[in-house]
Design a protein around this ligand. Structure first.
Ligand code: FES
Ligand SMILES: [Fe+2]
Length: 378
């Protein structure tokens, strides 16, 4: 008789200290956020030459702006003279150039040093060398992705690869034409939780039946606790009497024309490490960008994107926005309720994952690989 070998139902999570320890967060900043492709802003947020935004990437402030020729450039938001933070606000519009508020060194939209008090008396200053320090950028899905690494990792493997891994084909997202959709609503959430808790929560649906009554009404299979991201290529199907992806199952907005027949009436969720979630439904796309600010604080910006004709016509998108806004609040509340326990002695060895959460173990392995050496022993 051969004994049947069965996998254990429960596998461990990361130790609690991984979510609270400052040294771990510092290592994540250095080795993850400052090394990988990081989704910063929506390209369309820079609607004219001189429009700029600042974002926090790891420990660095990054300034992203549009040039006169319409290109997008990203720089470290630091004056090359004595290091003052060049742009203090989150967004603005420069008329002709960026002028440092300290001694008035002035840079053009390509980052070149073009003026400074007495500059002509210092002819040996190389204006390119003392221009703003550049940051690598890529535009994809209508977003500006920046990378602070000197040699960026492969965008195709890391970012597009995540889409391929989830949908089975990187081109399965093309029909949603995400880059050409328009912003219908943006909501910013200030979440008092570690960024990894937010990712783990997004990756599983074991909690859906408990905390997401509206979502499980629209996507009945979520009530079974099966993760939307578990099966390659699978999208959760709308319930039979559900007309659209809205808070009450009422009719949604105009369907994006390129959405394939087998994608219609389905919801797909994709996690792009380290900080992006993409949600696809037939009439809109929801994109979450996270900005981890501390071990216990993460800003999440969530964009609801619709066909330009829907946004321009002023159609009411509120029932559509409300569904995932509630999901966000329910999820982030749950994450905030977990965060304080991460430092508890009871959680020193972490918690456990049930079988429908086991795929989160791969995320934990990845974290271990990146920063495991900094997790304090207990
Ligand atoms: S620090 Fe910017 S001009 Fe001096
Ligand atoms: Fe959730």
């Amino acid at each position: 008789m051969t004994a049947e070998v069965t996998a254990p139902s429960l596998i461990p999570t990361l130790p609690g200290s991984t979510y609270v320890d400052e040294a771990v967060f510092r290592a994540e900043q250095e080795r993850i956020f400052e090394q990988m492709w990081f989704c910063a802003i929506r390209s369309a947020d820079l609607d004219k030459a001189g429009a700029w935004r600042t974002v926090q990437v790891g420990r660095e402030s990054v300034l992203i702006s549009r040039t006169r020729k319409g290109a997008i450039r990203a720089f470290y938001n630091i004056c090359r003279h004595r290091g003052v933070k060049l742009c203090m606000e989150e967004q603005g519009e420069a008329a002709r150039s960026f002028q440092c508020p300290y001694h008035a060194w002035t840079y053009d939209f390509e980052g070149k040093l073009i003026a400074a008090p007495n500059l002509t008396k210092m002819p040996d200053i190389d204006r390119d060398e003392y221009g703003l320090a550049k940051v690598h950028i890529r535009e994809y899905l209508g977003y500006v992705w920046v990378c602070l690494a000197e040699e960026p990792p492969s965008f195709e493997e890391d970012v597009m690869g995540a889409i391929e891994e989830r949908l089975g084909d990187v081109h399965a997202i093309d029909g949603y034409d995400v880059a050409n959709l328009s912003l219908g609503r943006r909501i910013k959430y200030d979440v008092k939780a570690n960024w990894k808790l937010i990712i783990e929560n997004f990756m599983e649906c074991y909690h859906c039946a408990t905390i997401h009554p509206e979502l499980t009404e629209v996507l009945p299979e979520f009530a079974d606790g099966l993760a939307a991201q578990y099966f390659v290529g699978h999208g959760a199907e709308f319930g039979e009497d559900i007309k659209g992806f809205t808070v009450d199952g009422s009719e949604g907005l105009d369907v994006i024309p390129g959405v394939a027949e087998d994608q219609d009436r389905r919801y797909y969720a994709i996690t792009i490490k380290p900080t992006v979630f993409v949600n696809l439904v037939p009439d809109h796309v929801i994109i979450h960008r996270m900005f981890p600010l501390a071990a216990d604080r993460t800003i999440v910006e969530c964009d609801w994107l619709y066909l330009p004709s829907v946004v321009e016509s002023g159609k009411d998108v509120s029932a559509s926005v409300e569904l995932f806004h509630r999901v966000n609040q329910q999820d982030f509340d749950a994450c905030e309720r977990c965060q304080p326990a991460m430092g508890s002695r009871v959680y020193a060895n972490g918690g456990v994952l049930v079988p429908s959460e086991h795929h989160i173990g791969a995320f934990h392995d990845w974290i271990q690989e990146k920063v495991g050496d900094t997790v304090p022993a207990h």
